[in-house]
Design a protein. Structure first.
Length: 144
């Protein structure tokens, strides 16, 4: 099983890959701010290249669990994506509160220079989303 983790930002898509155990950063796709049509086209090309079985999209809920503006954008993007991909491709929303912050903090602690952090933080955030998803699946499987 192949998974693609996705962190949708206003100008970037961070992508991570994995097979269910370990998530790995893959790439960052850049587009004009709020040009989600272009973001969708770029993501469809990446999906074609990687051929995942499941897409895990970060769902940025507010800290109180409510759906804010960013989460609403992700919901709309998910609907557009589902209309463009095969019905066999599962698209999952996964709570991503604080992943971009965590990714940035990890890069700072790793002494990564600011310019390089900007380049890497989105794919690292996607990696954290995907790895957390894998960990949740493992926990649920062991709990059965």
């Amino acid at each position: 099983m192949k998974y693609l983790g996705i962190d949708l930002g206003s100008k970037t898509l961070g992508l991570a890959t994995g097979t269910g155990i370990i998530a790995s950063p893959w790439k960052t796709l850049r587009f004009k701010e709020h040009d989600f049509d272009l973001a969708l086209d770029m993501l469809l090309m990446a999906i074609g290249d990687y051929q995942p079985n499941e897409l895990i999209i970060g769902y940025p809920l507010n800290m109180d669990g409510s759906v804010g503006e960013s989460a609403q954008v992700v919901l709309e993007f998910k609907k557009l994506l589902e209309n463009k991909v095969s019905k066999d491709l599962t698209v999952v929303l996964f709570d991503e509160r604080r992943t971009t912050f965590s990714a940035n903090q990890a890069l700072i602690q790793g002494n990564v220079k600011r310019a390089k952090r900007k380049e890497l933080k989105d794919q690292l955030a996607a990696t954290i989303i995907l790895q957390t998803y894998f960990d949740k699946l493992k926990f649920e499987f062991q709990g059965r």
